[in-house]
Write a protein that binds this ligand. Structure first.
Ligand code: SF4
Ligand code: SF4
Length: 419
């Protein structure tokens, strides 16, 4: 697409990057067919081609309006369009650049600013979230349904395997995940133990929540902190950096792009991204350890957008679960976002809810007995409305380590509490 950038951005690192992305787009529109918001809203400007056009006009000097910001805000950055695009257009990176420019010119309302600040304040500090859950869980029957359904069912904290191994990996503890779904990393510890590998937690936030709620400087600060801690662990001998939440892993995979214009940080970001591993990469070569554990149980796998469109590991996880003896039921429209998308369910509740119900209908269509996924956000979002347990797929490899046997009861009781 021919582009003539305005003076304010022409020749800057971001301008050059945006221009190259815009020139790659041939405006064919193939991407609109797989865009969840276009599917729901039917407006060209709520699809990738329309959003690319909006960003192009802003970068060419047109003054953005609140409507421009709204069309960009409605995008959950699921990246389905990147998977579909035959020209390799890096939409998400363009959206990052475009959103930052629009945010400087279109101030958010005080209500929206407060909401986004509150999201960052609460969810990126585990102790705050832990305290809030401790206060609200006993009040669940008195709370409005829309709040009560967001409170995750309690998961048991399980002891780590005692065995020590010469091999060590680093594992991101996560902010929301460490509080709301600790069974995920507990299951990973058991998996690693079987592989003869120990683990050491790396604390801290990957920066995704700040990055995607318009606080890019705060996001970069968190990213720099995590990079430094992972570097320390790698220097101490850890062989990899394992991240069990695909949303965090996708963000960390983007660090080299985010820091590409900061020479002092880009190499460090590349080192961390190179050490990054999805658990499926460790498990796939030795999957026979878990052969038969599924015993033919019917499950539906919800591949988070970050797992399928950013990390490209959805097929690998499904293959592991099938090899482990689970029967994966068909899931129509598997490429569509479930509406969780980090803070999206809080900033765009209407669209998020429509996407969730569409996703749950698709997941339930094959009559599974459990829904598996790979990201804490999707897990909590779907579990709030699902009539079946929703768990991280690692728990299915080590079902006793996570108390999975009791999760059906958990799902039933939390549903009853919402009634
Ligand atoms: S982003 Fe790709 S698929 Fe979409 S209009 Fe541009 S070239 Fe076509
Ligand atoms: S990232 Fe997802 S929602 Fe956003 S434009 Fe692309 S396909 Fe549509």
């Amino acid at each position: 697409m021919e582009t003539h950038l305005a003076d304010f951005i022409r020749g800057t690192p971001e301008g050059n990057e945006a221009e190259a992305i815009l020139r790659a787009c041939v405006h064919c529109g193939f991407c609109t067919a797989t865009c969840p918001t276009y599917q729901l809203l039917g407006d060209e400007l709520d699809g990738p081609r329309g959003r690319i056009y909006l960003i192009k006009r802003v970068l060419e000097g047109e003054t953005p309006t609140a409507i421009t910001a709204q069309h960009l805000d409605r995008c959950p950055t699921c990246r389905a369009c990147e998977t579909t695009c035959p020209s390799g257009v890096r939409y998400a990176r363009l959206a990052d650049i475009g959103r930052a420019v629009v945010a400087r010119q279109v101030p958010r309302s005080w209500r929206e600013t407060l909401r986004r600040t509150g999201i960052r304040w609460l969810f990126t500090h585990p102790w705050r979230l832990r305290l809030m859950l401790a206060l609200l869980r006993p009040l669940r029957p008195l709370l409005p349904v829309r709040i009560a359904e967001k409170l995750p069912a309690r998961q048991r904290r399980l002891p780590q395997p005692a065995a020590r191994h010469p091999r060590q990996v680093l594992v991101l503890e996560g902010c929301v995940q460490s509080v709301a779904t600790p069974a995920t990393n507990a299951a990973l510890a058991r998996v690693l133990d079987r592989l003869g590998c120990g683990m050491e937690f790396v604390a801290g936030c990957c920066g995704a929540l700040a990055w995607h709620t318009g606080a890019q400087d705060q996001g970069r600060a968190r990213m720099r902190g995590l990079i430094a801690r992972v570097e320390d662990g790698l220097q101490a001998g850890a062989e990899a950096f394992v991240v069990t939440a695909s949303g965090c892993a996708a963000m960390i995979g983007e660090y080299p792009d985010i820091f590409r214009h900061q020479p002092t940080w880009v190499e460090r970001a590349q080192r961390v991204a190179a050490a990054l591993r999805d658990p499926s990469e460790l498990i796939a070569p030795t999957v026979e350890h878990w052969a038969g554990v599924g015993a033919g149980k019917r499950i539906a796998f919800h591949a988070p957008c970050t797992l399928q469109h950013a990390l490209h590991r959805a097929d690998a996880v499904e293959a592991i679960l099938a090899r482990a003896g689970y029967l994966l039921t068909p899931v129509p429209e598997a490429h569509l976002c479930c509406g969780s998308a980090g803070s999206y369910s809080l900033t765009q509740p209407g669209i998020s809810e429509a996407l969730r119900m569409r996703k749950l209908a698709a997941l339930m269509s094959g009559a599974p007995t459990l829904i598996a996924t790979a990201n804490v956000g999707c897990e909590l979002h779907l579990a709030a409305r699902a009539s079946l347990p929703v768990r991280h797929w690692l728990e299915l490899l080590e079902p006793t380590s996570s108390g999975l046997g009791s999760s059906i009861q958990d799902a039933k009781s939390s549903r009853n509490q919402r009634r």
